[in-house]
Design a protein around this ligand. Sequence first.
Ligand SMILES: [Cu+2]
Length: 96
Amino acid sequence: MSPIGPIGPTRLDEENDMTAQTDAPGSVTAVYKVTGMSCGHCEGSISAELSELPGVTSVKAVAATGEVTVVSETPLDEEAVRTAVDEAGYELVGRA
Ligand SMILES: [Cu+2]
């Protein structure tokens, strides 16, 4: 691949600054803290919403800890994650 041109350097910088861990090429794991989950139904609701985000390959929500682990092909925009969590009826606190 040729070097990235002048289009979107800011976005690339933001992605590089993220604390997401890269487990394998094309696989990024990020853990988020969410408030409001209390049972398996909550876990399912959040998993369903986040699974609809582009590039997301796996979601694991745990009500007991309030942590949601998201695996995606590329780093996710935290605002997109926030919106999805909000639509499920819960609140994103931030990165765990
Ligand atoms: Cu619930």
